[in-house]
Ligand binder design. Structure first.
Ligand SMILES: Cc1cc2nc3c(=O)[nH]c(=O)nc-3n(C[C@H](O)[C@H](O)[C@H](O)COP(=O)(O)O)c2cc1C
Length: 206
């Protein structure tokens, strides 16, 4: 199969489906934000990663809505300059999935999903109490790739605080993957577990 994507604008859903079936597994950032009216919002984003260590920066990418508007997480991050990212573990997948429903902006998605908001230290959006890892972020910048359907917007945030439940730590002070049980997003509606891992050291010689 070969696809020249330069002239495939109307075919963007196919390109999206195809690309998300090979750009995988993707980590899932569970984005907690709050509107300028104080309404709590929670939504999963698998276009999520860390992109700088010093300073520590993460990004998530909400696509434009069908009407060209912004998703609530982006709207809130832009309005308040803050967001929190919780880690999605196996225990959380059903409730995480519920938050992918397109609720109106005045719906509290902690209440709708049954997850518990916990106070953050440096930002207003709540931590997800049920998640073993939450990071607090201050908005750095937003990059928009147009207003057409499917256009991505990338939200960059500086990590200002990291909360880790000590019970999930390994002896070296990092997260113990076997305890964390993070999930990844594959193509279609498929998810991956992280319990079949292997180690590979970097080569010492060229
Ligand atoms: C596992 C998972 C990952 C998702 N990743 C993304 C993503 O990276 N970008 C996106 O625009 N929508 C993504 N979605 C869909 C959003 O979560 C969904 O549109 C949600 O309603 C947005 O909520 P908000 O308007 O409150 O921000 C994902 C959904 C699921 C279940």
């Amino acid at each position: 199969m070969y696809l020249d994507t330069r002239t495939c604008e109307s075919d963007w859903p196919r390109i999206y489906m195809l690309a998300t079936s090979f750009i995988q597994p993707r980590p899932i950032g569970f984005i907690s934000s709050v509107s300028d009216k104080g309404v709590r919002n929670l939504a999963p984003y698998s276009f999520y990663n860390m992109v700088s260590a010093n300073p520590p920066v993460v990004m998530f990418a909400p696509a434009s809505r069908r009407d060209g508007g912004d998703k609530d997480s982006l709207h809130n991050a832009e309005a308040t300059g803050e967001f929190v990212v919780a880690t999605v573990t196996e225990d959380l997948v059903e409730r995480m999935n519920q938050c992918a429903f397109d609720y109106p902006p005045d719906a509290d998605e902690f209440e709708r999903s049954g997850l518990t908001p916990a106070p953050a230290t440096l930002v207003k959006p709540a931590l997800v109490a049920e998640s073993p890892v939450n990071i607090e972020c201050k908005l750095l910048e937003i990059k928009r790739f147009g207003d057409q359907p499917g256009a991505g917007r990338v939200v960059f945030g500086r990590i200002v605080a990291i909360h880790v439940d000590d019970a999930y730590l390994a002896e070296d002070g990092m997260l113990d993957a076997a305890k964390l049980q993070a999930v990844g997003r594959m193509g279609r509606s498929t998810y991956s577990r992280t319990n079949d891992t292997f180690d590979l050291s970097r080569p010492e010689n060229g």
